[in-house]
Design a protein around this ligand. Structure first.
Ligand code: ADP
Length: 994
């Protein structure tokens, strides 16, 4: 029998040999060999290696191609297979005799690109241990951009795949790039070790002046980033000692990305949605760790451990750029604001212009810029001067310095559609995971016994644990551990509680103990509160975050007030500026602004309504007296917002301030204001806030459209809804919460893509537990996580369905969720597509199925459930008579899992819909499922797309369908069938979809 015939005959065995391990390595090696022999051309290779395609599909494609190329190629294919497969693994099929055709062809490639192909198998093994160094060589010789590097480095690739990708890119770049790689490998072989930056000699001329500048810049960046900035006023903490990984995720669902993102992925290629754009946005709430993350990136770059593809990194703070009044050119921006070159400025700037792919800019806090992003004013010339915001916007959109990568941070509310269209990708920073909280607390306390006590205390205070998910709150809680450990019943629950805790902590630590007798701590420090409060308040109104001595004087801020530690000296790169101050953190500024609104007798009556309903604003109120020289002479975007001009998403600081005002006016804190304001004034303010919240909620409900015929009434949350819920939570008054939802009569509450994390979950549960009728709560595509799941438990009795797709939930979260959910009679449906679930969660579902004979739907698609998990689920299904929908799309249950499920569902009278798409199910599984078709009286749809069922498996399904007229469809797209087989089977059974 010829090798060509054998390729057909042994197709299943070959597929099994190359794919059953789940690793693509064997297939890749076979492809390398065939490419090197010229049996496949690069175009063939690309047609096979289509990203996102399953290993089985790629292998099938190769088999078709090899077969089509004829007998010689088939012989070489078998030779490659024999070379690649470990002894014994090819035992399932026979190799044809490999004659002279199977030996390597004599080949003397004439060009470097062809050498690259001819030596591909050995180059892959040479390069796989030193891809980084090879990339470096390609970058400094100007052949690779950072985008190319990122493409090679994608974490989904194994080291050998990275080497292959590198070679593919090099081939596309042409001869000169190929030469660099071959020369690099030669040098490596010569030196016997991996080559690093020092001993690699770039062939191009050496830019000495740039190298010197790079050294100066990196030592300045290193000096600025090695300590955590907001500790300036309290203690110095080295970033290395305290930095804790936050959760990073892509804003857009990206099927290829599994597992959490690492710091390197912020700039890397992962999740790129617009390859033409240069700007990556890192978004996250205030206090979520955006500045700290950038600081970490800066430090690692300065040390040469990360972002090595960038020779120069220029860090900017939008907060500081606000105070730049002069028009600037790009050159002045870089050199004046970041690092001044001691010599050869022109040459260095020219180098920057000539090598954009070696340069990285970072802009921290775009939301703090006085001007909202706009792309109306275009600027293309790097030497032309313009106001700093115009410069910045043009850099971000790429009309200036195209090709330079930029990383920008901002709160999500401040990012509008105009900016979004210029983004390469958006990465969400979502605070600490439960283990992150633990890690942070342990790093924060040098005494492990104290750390353990703080953690034990946090575990008993659920709401507080939810708050600690936010790094800034975690810092406060750790910082105030004595107060925390001392409080029993009255432990902090709201964000306002936590900020009051730190206020008290700072006051008590900075003043003499004897002075605190007799009067309340707040009364004692009222002057400081009012001075700093006014400063904060005026600043929020005018988007001013850095204050000059004159600003401090205007608000009566004294040296004593500064000593309390809420203000820190502003870090400014320019030595010429006078000493300026800023609040420890923006959240702290909002808190002081709120304190001012609540405690000042002078505060205007209209402030509260302006704060909650800026669209109705009159001319008075917040921000009207723009008295600060350091920040602005014209009111900034907050001011515009207060004048009703800007969209509500552009006023995140006002929203935070309003949230604090709600908290400070809660009944629990009202005694604090007794000595500052007449109680009638405070009571009036409370009534005003309650009225605004109630009005705001009812406005949302009024916007709900009537239900479409045949569907239940559904509300899709509008911007601002979650914020109102948070304000209500801060008030901690169940009457307000009840009133808020009393008119909410919907069956389904949709809060997808609403930036909901644990803090928001706590507030949601607090309010939704008062709903009159259960709802379907749809929280897909947020960052609920395990901590958030725990926060939701109090409202579980009011949820008939819970949709938590794409929320980073693990088995532990599910354990807690189901332990409560099992006792909630209304709770009937759950959807958990794309979380972090493994087999360990299935025992809880099994228990649920056994205990609840009214549960309707479980969807666990795109998790990591294997045969073991399927067997656990099957245990539960055996004794369940209610489940109608079971979704396991994109797991790994294989044949054994499918057989176990099928035997449990054998004669199901409830299951209507079953999906086992993309689960590695073969003929054994199909055979068992055929029995379900035969016997079940309820099943209507069975999804088996993207599996490895062959003709005989599908035959079983066809036979079974003959005995079942109720079944509507069986989906078998992308299984292991030839075109002829598909045609034949389709003719015989119309309910099969291929
Ligand atoms: P944002 O820029 O998002 O407002 P910051 O980066 O200023 O937030 O973080 C606020 C505070 O939270 C920091 O000063 C620090 O105390 C703490 N923090 C934030 N992120 C981290 C982190 N990754 N590791 C340790 N502490 C952090």
């Amino acid at each position: 029998m010829s090798a060509q015939e054998l390729v057909l005959r042994q197709r299943t065995e070959i597929l099994h040999a190359l794919c059953s391990s789940g690793s693509a390595e064997h297939l890749d090696q076979v492809l390398d060999i065939l490419l090197s022999q010229g049996e496949l051309v690069p175009e063939d290779y690309q047609n096979i290696q289509v990203p996102g395609r399953s290993l089985y599909t790629k292998t099938r494609q190769l088999l078709d191609l090899v077969h089509a190329k004829g007998v010689d190629t088939c012989v070489l294919f078998y030779a490659a297979l024999k070379q690649v497969l470990p002894e014994g693994q090819g035992a399932g099929f026979s190799f044809p005799g490999i004659g002279s055709n199977g030996e390597e062809k004599e080949d003397h490639p004439s060009t470097s690109t062809r050498t690259l192909l001819a030596q591909r198998p050995s180059l892959v093994s040479e390069l796989q241990g030193c891809v980084e160094d090879a990339l470096h060589a390609l970058v400094i010789t100007g052949h690779f951009t950072s985008a190319d590097c990122n493409d090679v480095r994608l974490p989904v690739y194994t080291p050998s795949q990275q080497a292959r990708r590198l070679l593919d890119h090099v081939r596309a770049k042409g001869e000169s790039a190929a030469k660099v790689v071959l020369r690099y490998v030669q040098q490596k072989q010569g030196s016997g070790s991996s080559l690093n930056q020092e001993n690699w000699t770039p062939p191009k001329e050496n830019h000495m002046q740039t190298v010197c500048y790079q050294k100066k810049l990196s030592s300045s960046v290193s000096a600025q980033s090695c300590f955590l900035s907001t500790y300036g006023g309290t203690s110095h903490m080295a970033l290395d000692d305290i930095y804790t990984e936050g959760q990073l995720e892509l804003a857009h669902y990206c099927g290829d990305v599994h597992g959490p993102l690492g710091l390197e992925d912020v700039v890397g290629a992962v999740g790129t949605v617009n390859k033409e754009a240069d700007t990556v946005l890192v978004s996250g709430d205030a206090g979520g760790g955006k500045s700290t993350l950038l600081q970490r990136l800066h430090l690692l770059w300065a040390r040469g451990t990360l972002l090595r593809e960038f020779l120069l990194l220029f860090p900017f703070s939008c907060r500081r750029l606000n105070s730049e009044r002069q028009d600037l050119s790009v050159k002045e921006l870089l050199f004046d604001h970041c690092c001044w070159p001691d010599r050869e400025q022109e040459e260095i700037f020219q180098f920057i212009l000539d090598h954009p792919h070696l340069i990285l800019f970072t802009f921290d806090g775009l939301d703090e810029l006085k001007h909202g992003f706009s792309d109306e004013h275009r600027l293309c010339c790097p030497t032309q001067r313009a106001p700093v915001q115009i410069l910045l916007f043009n850099l971000i959109q790429g009309s200036l310095m195209k090709g330079v990568r930029k990383v920008v941070t901002s709160r999500p509310e401040a990012v509008g559609p105009v900016l979004k269209k210029h983004l390469r990708k958006e990465v969400l920073l979502q605070g600490f995971t439960p283990s992150g909280i633990e890690c942070f607390v342990r790093k924060h306390h040098s005494d492990p016994a104290v750390a353990s006590k703080v953690l034990a205390s946090l575990r008993t205070k659920n709401a507080l644990l939810g708050l600690c998910h936010s790094p800034v709150l975690c810092w406060i809680v750790s910082h105030c551990h004595k107060e925390l450990l001392g409080c029993g019943e009255g432990s902090p629950r709201t964000i306002t509680d936590v900020y009051l805790m730190i206020l008290q902590h700072f006051f008590q630590h900075r003043s003499s103990p004897k002075s605190t007798t007799g009067t309340s701590w707040l009364q004692e420090h009222l002057d400081t509160v009012l001075h700093l409060g006014q400063l904060a308040f005026e600043g929020i109104g005018t988007s001013c975050f850095i204050f000059s001595p004159a600003d401090l004087e205007t608000c009566g801020v004294t040296e004593k007030d500064i000593c309390m530690g809420f203000l820190v000296q502003s870090k400014d790169m320019s030595p010429t500026r006078s000493k300026c101050f800023e609040f420890l953190h923006l959240m702290m500024q909002c808190f002081f602004a709120a304190l001012y609104i609540v405690s000042s007798n002078n505060a205007d009556r209209s402030i509260i309504s302006n704060l909650f309903e800026p669209q109705n604003m009159r001319a008075t109120g917040l921000g009207s007296s723009s008295c600060f020289g350091a920040c602005s002479s014209s009111a900034g975007k907050q001011g515009q917002a207060l004048n009703g001009e800007a969209a509500s998403e552009e006023r995140p600081n006002l929203k935070i301030t309003a949230t604090f005002v709600s908290g400070l006016l809660s009944q629990r804190h009202r005694s604090l204001w007794l000595h500052c304001c007449p109680s009638a004034v405070t009571e009036k303010r409370v009534r005003q806030v309650v009225r605004c919240l109630s009005k705001g909620m009812h406005k949302h409900f009024k916007s709900i459209p009537p239900p479409v015929d045949g569907e239940k009434k559904s509300m899709h949350a509008m911007p601002g809804f979650v914020w109102l819920i948070k304000c209500i939570y801060e008030m901690q008054d169940s009457r307000v919460a009840k009133d808020a939802v009393s008119k909410l009569e919907v069956d389904h509450l949709k809060l997808t893509y609403c930036n909901i994390g644990p803090v928001e979950c706590t507030a949601l549960a607090y309010v939704l537990q008062h709903l009159r009728n259960p709802v379907g709560l749809q929280l897909d595509n947020n960052s609920v996580g395990d901590v958030g799941v725990e926060q939701l438990l109090p409202c579980m009795h009011n949820c008939h369905s819970l949709y938590l797709r794409n929320n980073s939930i693990t088995d532990e979260g599910i354990r807690k969720l189901l332990a409560t959910g099992i006792h909630c009679d209304s709770f009937r449906k759950i959807a958990l597509f794309n979380n972090k679930l493994t087999d360990a969660c299935t025992q809880h579902f099994s228990h649920l199925l056994k205990s609840r004979q009214d549960f309707l739907s479980i969807r666990l698609g795109n998790n990591n459930i294997t045969e073991e998990g399927a067997k656990q689920l099957a245990e539960g299904l055996k004794s369940n008579r209610s489940l109608k929908y079971l979704g396991l799309w994109g797991n790994k249950i294989g044949d054994a899992g499918a057989v176990a499920l099928a035997s449990a569902l054998q004669s199901s009278t409830s299951l209507v819909w079953l999906s086992l798409v993309g689960n590695g199910v073969g003929n054994a599984g199909a055979g068992a499922l055929a029995n379900v078709i035969r016997n079940s009286t309820s099943l209507e749809e069975l999804w088996l797309t993207e599996n490895c069922i062959t003709r005989s498996g599908v035959e079983c399904l066809v036979q079974a369908l003959k005995e079942n007229t109720r079944m509507k469809s069986v989906w078998v797209i992308n299984n292991d069938l030839t075109l002829e087989e598909v045609e034949d089977l389709r003719q015989r059974e119309s309910r099969l979809t291929f």
